[in-house]
Structure formats: structure tokens, C-alpha cells
Design a protein around this ligand. Structure first.
Ligand code: ADP
Ligand code: ZN
Length: 529
């Protein structure tokens, strides 16, 4: 390290250190920042939490003039501006929540050249007075945040975003940087064409988080499983445990506390003060476990979260990725652990069936759930599947459960046929609807009161599944759901056949399944011997 290195440090790197207090750029940031500082257009694709904001904030500070940031997140503007102000950056915003005086104050600061960053709601740029205001000041760049809004049909902000395509006609010399965390190549291409960013350089950050170990296991005794994870692998570590409902958040937090793990609850049903207090303690103190609904985590930046555990199935792969992504921001080894069971599928289906919105919306939710299930039941590397979902390529990683102890794939065709024909007998022949519990009892030949009451012991399929135990059969049902060979509906989790079921019943389709390896500790050091 030579003393003159300091002098040669770029203006961008100096700003990073002096203004934001960070020692070094994250992966991808420097290239993007230098490109925009140099006046180039950019399309930036980076996962949530990857550090997109600095990619326009630093160029805005380095370049002459005011950086104009278009963001649909009006509710966050005040927070963003406050955070910047605290760092000594001169920032303001214009949106519909302000009164005349507030707006006038920001406008005159802009005209006087007293702003570094000006945040605008997208609809502002369709108002001629705003455009004329911008004409009278000096603009250093346009940043278009959440740029996927331009590409999504039915999105609230889409018309406003489409109007942004004309920015470069009015201000041809002002560089534009569009940013998004939505990664599919199709969205990417649409953003580029809709925003007239044909000349822009594309920066696609990897969505891989190599230090996170992904593990997904069947939910047997969730509390014991969670406690085992914490005690054997993460004693004294900070972590987040996600649950679906407020009541399970409360119960799990209490359970952990009773078992000597320092845990706090967080959900939208707690009063604002408790929430703020718990969040502040989690950020400040070491080794606290936050038990929370997904209401927790947006904008939380705690670098040393060592594990994220899901006790319920996330609704989508995007959600799973974002929530698990809160682990290991510091780059040190961390765990993303999920326990899920048949009941999760039943519950999620029920939520979808009863959700508000039209059929298209419900179908979309269904597709999200199916993708999540496919990730859970894959015999491939979890990371490869996860990256593939975001349109990126990966190699088997050696740091996920399927890489560390590969599940055996087995030919489950006969087992599938047994389950499906039992469902067929009940649904088609008897016009009855039952959930997985009854199907399994029939397969195992159990004469339970409910089996006897419905005469199910007289079915030809009664007792044809004694080669497996209850857990295995539930696993088979789960995988049939994940593969779309069975579906579930209603309050009681009724199992129903799908179009694809008949291919299996008609012996036209083979069904490969995943045999769950015996639970064991999985750490990198163990596999290295
Ligand atoms: P995104 O908008 O991509 O979701 P943010 O811009 O909000 O992500 O950044 C996420 C967090 O990472 C923020 O707290 C930010 O301050 C922090 N961060 C960004 N870049 C760096 C860096 N180079 N060094 C340390 N922390 C950073
Ligand atoms: Zn892997």
C-alpha cells in the first residue's frame, strides 16, 4: 500500500468512503458507476439488497447537476431522503403527498442548484409544469428505479413508466440508468425497448449468493427441527425465522425463549412501538433471533444474519430468494433452511382459492406456488434451480443439501399409480372428496372410524400400499402435487386429479421421485472430510 494510492483513488471511490462510509464497492457497482459518471446509459439488473441505490447516487454526486430519480415507492421517499440528509447529501422529493409550500421549497432548492438528488413519483414527469421545471435546472442523470414497472401488464405505474421513454428526446445529453431486481431475460429486453435504452450498456449481476447454504427438508416436528438447527449449527447466532401467521410467530418466539434461545416476535399485528423496539434490538444486539412474518425485512440491513429459517412454505421463488437473501450479507457462511410439508401446500392452495382478485391473478399465484414446490422437490442442485428460475446459469454448487447428500431418484410410477387410483376411486366412482390423510389410511389398510364409516375398506385399493409407511406416502403425495399430477382444493385439502394424472394412470408416463436422505448435519467441513 503506497501513500500515493490515496491520491489516485477515483472520485467515485472517495465518495463511497467519505459520504457513505463504505470501504469498497460491491460486485458490479464500480463498473456501473464509472460508466454512468462517464455519461453512458445503463440498464442494471441486480438482486434486491445488491446495492442498486449507490449505482445512481454516487454518479449523481460526482457529476454536475441534480440526479433525478424516478421511483414508484412514494411511501419510501421520505425515508430515503432522510437517510441521505443524515449523510450530508442534499436530497428532496416531489410527490402527491406534499402541500403547495413543501413543493415550492423543493422546487426552489432545485433551481438554486442546492440539491444533489431529486426523487420524483413517475406521474410527475407527465405533468408539463414538472418538465418545464426540470428544463430550468441542471440535471446530472435520470435514474429509473423499479424499471420492470414498464414491462408488466396491469401494473399500476405502467402508463407513467411508458411516458419515460421520451426523456432522452427532451434531454439527449443526460445519461439514464434504469434499475431492476426482476431478472427474466424477457423483462430485460422489454425494459430496454420500452425505455428506448437500445444504446445502453447492460449490467447483469449474478443472482448467486455462494456463501448461503440452501437446505429444504420435510417438516416432521418443526419445532424440534428448528431447535436442532439453532443448537447444533447456529448457537448464539443472529437469525430470522419466518412463519406464515401472526399466531405462529408468537408461539415460536415463546418456544425458542423457553428453550434458551433469545428470540423476539415481529408481525403487523404488534403495535408500532413494539415493532420498532424489536427491530432496533435485532439490529443492535448480537445473537438475537427474530421470529417474523414476511412483514419483517424490507430495507433491513444487518450484515451478520447467520441463518434464515422458514417454518412455512414461501409463496413464490422470488419471495424465498428475497427472504433467504437477508442471510450472510457480510459474505460469511450462512444457512437458508426451509421445512415444508403437505399441509403447507393445502394451506397455500386454500389461500389462493380464497384470495381477492380475478382468475388471472389466482392462476398467477398458482404458478408461483408450483415453481416453489418444484424447487422443494428437485433432485438437482438447489442453486442451479434457483439461478435457472432467474434466467441465469449455474454449476452444481457443493453447498446445498442436494449437492452435499444427493437424494436418490427412484421410479415412483407404481406408487404414484396407487395414490392416483385411490383418488380416482373416491372422486370419480363415489363422488367423494377426501384429503391426504384418508388416502394414506386407505393405502395402508387402516380400519379407522372414518374409513369404516365410508366403507372405504371395501375399495379394491384398500391396503395396497403396505410397502411404505405413513411418512413415505405423504412424501409421495407431496411430490405428486409438486409435479402437477395431483391438485388440492378447499378447506379440507381435498385431493383431485389433474389432466396429467391420466397419463400416469394410463401407464403412459413414468414418475421419478426424490428419496429424502436421512437427516444429518451438513456442513462444508464435513464433506471436505
Ligand atoms: P437494492 O436497492 O439493490 O435492494 P440497496 O441499494 O438498498 O439495495 O443496498 C442494500 C444495502 O447494502 C444498503 O444498506 C446499502 O447501504 C448497502 N450497500 C450498498 N453498497 C454497499 C457497499 N459497497 N458496501 C457496503 N454496503 C453497501
Ligand atoms: Zn448445490
Amino acid at each position: 500500500h503506497h501513500p500515493q494510492d490515496e491520491a489516485w483513488e477515483s472520485e467515485a471511490a472517495q465518495t463511497l468512503r467519505r459520504v457513505f462510509g463504505y470501504a469498497s464497492f460491491r460486485q458490479g457497482q464500480q463498473e456501473i458507476i464509472e460508466h454512468v459518471v462517464g455519461g453512458g446509459d445503463a440498464l442494471v439488473l441486480m438482486p434486491t439488497g445488491g446495492g442498486k441505490s449507490l449505482c445512481y447516487q454516487i454518479p449523481a454526486l460526482v457529476r454536475q447537476g441534480v440526479g433525478v430519480v424516478v421511483s414508484p415507492l412514494i411511501a419510501l421517499m421520505q425515508d430515503q431522503v432522510d437517510a441521505l440528509t443524515a449523510l450530508g447529501v442534499r436530497a428532496g422529493f416531489l410527490n402527491s403527498t406534499q402541500d403547495f409550500d413543501e413543493r415550492a421549497a423543493v422546487e426552489s432548492a432545485f433551481l438554486a442548484g442546492e440539491l444533489d438528488l431529486l426523487y420524483l413519483a413517475p406521474e410527475r414527469l407527465r405533468v408539463e409544469t414538472t418538465l418545464r421545471l426540470l428544463d430550468r435546472g441542471k440535471i446530472s442523470l435520470f435514474a429509473i428505479d423499479e424499471a420492470h414497472c414498464v414491462a408488466q401488464w396491469g401494473h399500476d405505474f405502467r402508463p407513467d413508466y411508458l411516458a419515460l421513454s421520451t426523456l432522452h428526446e427532451r434531454w439527449p445529453d443526460v445519461p439514464r440508468i434504469a434499475l431492476t431486481a426482476t431478472a427474466t431475460p424477457a423483462t430485460h429486453a422489454e425494459i430496454a425497448s420500452r425505455l428506448n435504452l437500445g444504446q445502453a450498456r447492460h449490467f447483469v449481476a449474478s443472482f448467486d449468493r455462494p456463501n448461503i447454504q440452501y437446505r429444504i427438508e420435510p417438516k416432521n416436528e418443526p419445532r424440534r427441527q428448528l431447535l436442532r438447527l439453532i443448537r447444533t449449527e447456529h448457537p448464539g447466532d443472529a437469525g430470522i425465522v419466518y412463519c406464515l401467521s401472526r399466531s405462529s410467530v408468537e408461539k415460536i418466539a415463546e418456544f425458542l425463549t423457553d428453550n434458551g434461545v433469545q428470540a423476539l416476535p415481529y408481525h403487523a399485528g404488534l403495535d408500532a412501538r413494539t415493532r420498532a423496539e424489536n427491530q432496533a434490538r435485532f439490529l443492535r444486539e448480537d445473537g438475537l433471533v427474530m421470529v417474523a412474518t414476511i412483514a419483517f425485512g424490507m430495507g433491513i440491513d444487518k450484515p451478520d444474519v447467520r441463518f434464515v429459517a422458514h417454518l412455512d412454505l414461501p409463496k413464490s421463488v422470488e419471495g424465498y430468494y428475497q427472504e433467504t437473501g437477508r442471510a450472510g450479507r457480510d459474505g460469511l457462511p450462512s444457512t437458508a433452511w426451509l421445512a415444508y410439508g403437505l399441509q403447507d401446500v393445502v394451506q397455500q392452495r386454500k389461500l389462493i382459492d380464497t384470495s381477492e382478485g380475478d382468475d388471472t391473478h389466482r392462476r398467477r399465484l398458482g404458478t408461483h406456488l408450483e415453481a416453489m414446490l418444484a424447487l422443494c422437490e428437485t433432485v438437482q442442485c438447489r442453486r442451479v434451480r434457483l439461478l435457472d428460475y432467474f434466467g441465469q446459469r449455474g454449476e452444481p454448487c457443493g453447498n446445498c443439501d442436494t449437492c452435499l447428500s444427493p437424494p436418490e431418484a427412484w421410479d415412483g410410477t407404481v406408487a404414484a399409480q396407487k395414490v392416483l387410483s385411490t383418488v380416482f376411486r373416491l372422486v370419480r366412482e363415489r363422488r367423494q372428496k377426501f384429503g391426504a390423510g384418508q388416502i394414506v389410511d386407505i393405502l395402508l389398510g387402516r380400519r379407522t372410524p372414518k374409513v369404516l364409516q365410508h366403507n372405504h375398506d371395501s375399495l379394491t385399493v384398500f391396503g395396497i400400499g403396505t410397502e411404505f409407511g405413513e411418512a413415505e406416502w405423504r412424501g409421495v403425495v407431496r411430490q405428486l402435487l409438486a409435479q402437477g399430477l395431483l391438485t388440492v382444493e378447499g378447506d379440507y385439502g381435498t385431493l383431485l386429479l389433474t389432466e396429467a394424472s391420466s397419463e400416469v394412470l394410463g401407464r403412459r408416463r413414468q414418475v421419478m421421485m426424490r428419496r429424502q436422505p436421512q437427516p444429518q448435519r451438513q456442513t462444508r467441513t464435513e464433506t471436505e472430510g
